[in-house]
Design a protein around this ligand. Structure first.
Ligand SMILES: N[C@@H](CCC(=O)N[C@@H](CS)C(=O)NCC(=O)O)C(=O)O
Length: 220
């Protein structure tokens, strides 16, 4: 059996997949896909997809079929996790939590990372290609704007994170004694936000730090 995850190491959508595979003891290879050249995933999917992650399991290629689908996570759940990533008992409310993490929260936290990420790209053409990509969606000068309004964006993100801190006050993971996909999704957000130390969890978020360590070290 051979498994590859086509990824960007700092992506809030790739980290949950690679950490879930790791938690279930699945061996896989990481294929790094640069933000400025999506040729490899476009070829792999015969032009059907250009985002990451993309999972390849032997000859099967799995990618998202819509902006809010969880096709790769559910594939991992069915093929490697025996349904333990999406327990039936949390169905519905679980997807609401994931949707909030992948959209409402991510829409704030990636803006805390991208200015540093762009600055870290040495090659000017590659860097401007990434900025161009962001500006297509968020408008000209958006990356500098995020840099200048970082404290405000961080305050809003911290406010949303308090809801997960509340959920962790009575249990080790978001829904109970073991991590489910929502835990890996939130772990992806925190992993993206704190990538290369560009941002850190504060004193008041030590419970989130402890939870992230639990997710990281958890093995089924
Ligand atoms: N809903 C998708 C979102 C994936 C996504 O937004 N990936 C980003 C990286 S964080 C990407 O590839 N962006 C480049 C692009 O959209 O061209 C998922 O959950 O996998």
């Amino acid at each position: 059996m051979s498994i590859q995850v086509y990824e960007m190491a700092h992506s809030p959508y790739c980290i949950p997949i690679t950490q879930a595979l790791t938690a279930f003891g699945i061996d896989f290879d990481r294929v790094s896909v640069p933000n400025w050249d999506r040729g490899e995933v476009i070829r792999l999917t015969q032009g059907a997809y250009y985002q990451v992650p993309v999972l390849r399991h032997d000859e099967k290629v799995v990618y998202e079929t819509s902006s809010n689908s969880l096709d790769i996570a559910r594939y991992v759940d069915l093929n490697f996790a025996e349904g333990r990533l999406f327990p039936r008992e949390y169905a519905g409310i679980h997807e609401i939590a994931i949707d909030f993490i992948e959209n409402d929260l991510e829409l704030l936290t990636f803006k805390l990372v991208d200015p540093s990420y762009c600055d870290s790209i040495d090659n000017i053409e590659n860097r401007i290609q990434v900025i161009r990509h962001k500006e297509r969606r968020f408008g000209r000068g958006c990356v500098d704007e995020w840099k200048n309004s970082k404290p405000l964006i961080r305050a809003k993100a911290d406010e949303l994170l308090t809801r997960f801190q509340a959920a962790l006050m009575t249990k080790p993971f978001l829904f109970g004694e073991t991590p489910i996909y929502a835990d890996f999704a939130l772990y992806g957000i925190i992993g993206n936000m704190t990538y290369q130390g560009w941002n850190e969890l504060g004193e008041a978020q030590s419970d989130l730090k402890d939870w992230a360590k639990r997710v990281e070290n958890y093995r089924f």
